[in-house]
Design a protein around this ligand. Structure first.
Ligand code: HEM
Length: 431
């Protein structure tokens, strides 16, 4: 049984869907009309949506034991036993193995690598060329994640990898499978297989290198590599489980950064005064406070992961509203970040709201989720965004060419049809 459905509201939701070109429109309509708890009134798909600090805290911390992280959706099918989709001790084990390579204390070691991949991609731009910053951001983010986590320079593989990666992302994005779970999806098989073969090759190479290290110096149990892949190999996991973690980290770690970078360019393109002030600050200050504020505000308005997906193990009570066991529950980061009861001028781009000294209530700003399963790459993702944006804004002028951009609900919230910008070298000698 679905709740909160009346024909008037249904029509308003449909109009919002057509106007915004994205299900975010109907979600906002429902949130405004019904509040912080409602059910999506669709046939064969009626998950509960909850949002706001209280509900977020419940899902992420206080009642998290009452929820499964995933259950039978394509994310689980693709990532199998990846850290994002398993529960309990198995999850904690993988997470512990991977945390050291993403700990804030090691991030400085990635800086030069991040800058050099940024330069490599931007060096391909002709002066005055129109580029799509959604695509360029993906190239940069992919090169960085492959290098940081697996020690792989994917520059020569980018072309070969592009389609399988986009297919994997499309596979886990919302689609018809939501309504009809058994829908056959043969169009993906070939690409996902190709992606797996690539990952297995990396694992095999690393096992070989590790054996070589040990045989050249059998007394040494410590070798020089300490990236995420090495931690997985050293822990004695099978190739299949390592593949699951690699695919998880590759997708979770680059599609999010891609969206963050692309939205930030879109927002800067749409707000000339803030854009100009940011460039000035970056040119004059070693550490720009405005850059941090812009990144935070970009993730508030367009959180790359806009929703968290759970299934109830038992009945759950949200302020007197009971969600029966077995129901699908989404906690909405997007609706929390746009809630006018929390944010003044909630739909406006206003980076100053994150200026030093200003605070937001706990669980009101949650671009990285929260609690024990908050994003493992939060510090990495933010450091990466700071470095890439700073470098590109130092070296190029960006002018937004498309006036219409809408938020597409893919695996992340993507700016579509893209972020088309004219790029002009600011200081040809510097790049
Ligand atoms: C701007 C960048 C990023 C954003 C906005 C972001 C957002 C999030 C959010 C909201 C969650 C929690 C989802 C939930 O509660 O269902 C999450 C989890 C996760 N993220 Fe990120 N993420 C980012 C970057 C990264 C990076 C760079 C990595 C890897 C290097 C990564 C790997 C993961 C993993 C593995 C999880 C699952 C953690 C667990 O269940 O223990 N993310 N991320």
């Amino acid at each position: 049984m679905t709740q909160n459905i009346n024909p008037e509201l249904g029509r308003a939701a449909l109009r919002a869907l057509i106007k915004e070109g994205s299900p975010l429109g109907p979600l906002k309509v429902m949130a405004q009309a019904v509040g912080r708890f409602f059910q999506i009134p669709l046939p064969m798909f009626h998950p509960y949506i909850v949002f706001g600090p209280q509900a977020n805290r419940k899902v992420l911390v206080s009642d998290r034991e009452k929820l499964f992280w995933r259950n039978g959706d394509p994310v689980t099918t693709l990532l199998r036993r990846g850290v994002l989709v398993v529960d309990g001790d198995e999850h904690d084990h993988y997470r512990k193995l991977m945390e050291p390579s993403l700990h804030p204390s090691v991030l400085a070691g990635y800086s030069q690598m991040i800058i050099s991949h940024t330069d490599r991609v931007s060096a391909q731009w002709r002066d005055g060329q129109k580029v799509d910053m959604l695509i360029e951001s993906r190239k940069i983010a992919l090169l960085i994640i492959m290098d940081a986590l697996f020690g792989v320079d994917a520059w020569n593989e980018l072309q070969h990898l592009w389609k399988p990666i986009l297919k994997a992302i499309e596979y886990i994005s919302p689609g018809l499978w939501i309504f009809w779970r058994q829908i056959p999806r043969p169009g993906y098989r070939k690409w996902l297989k190709q992606f797996d073969e690539y990952l297995f090759e990396i694992i095999t190479d690393r096992r070989r290198q590790t054996m070589d290290d040990l045989s050249s110096d059998p007394s040494s149990v410590v070798h020089c590599r300490s990236d995420l892949l090495q931690h997985l190999v050293d822990a004695g996991l099978t190739d299949d489980v390592i593949r699951d973690q690699m695919l998880t980290m590759l997708i979770a770690g680059h599609d999010t950064s891609t969206a963050l970078l692309a939205w930030t360019f879109a927002l800067l393109g749409q707000h000339a005064a803030i854009h100009e002030r940011l460039v000035d600050e970056i040119d004059t200050l070693e550490k720009s406070p405005l850059l941090d504020q812009v990144i935070k505000e970009s993730m508030r308005l367009y959180p790359p992961i806009h929703i968290g997906n759970r299934v109830g193990k038992e009945n759950m009570d949200f302020n007197g509203n009971v969600i029966p066991a077995g129901s699908r529950i989404f906690y909405s980061i997007y609706l929390t970040h746009r809630d006018p009861r929390i944010w003044e001028q909630a739909d406006e781009f206003c980076p100053e709201r994150f200026a030093q000294g200003r605070t937001t209530p706990p669980f009101a700003y949650i671009p990285f989720g929260g609690g024990p399963r908050a994003c493992i790459g939060a510090a990495f993702g933010q450091a990466e965004a700071r470095l890439v944006l700073k470098r590109l804004l130092q070296n190029y002028r960006f002018e937004l060419l498309n006036s219409k951009i809408h938020a597409h609900m893919g695996a992340t919230l993507e700016p579509r049809p893209g972020v088309f910008m004219r790029v002009t070298k600011r200081n040809p000698k510097a790049s």
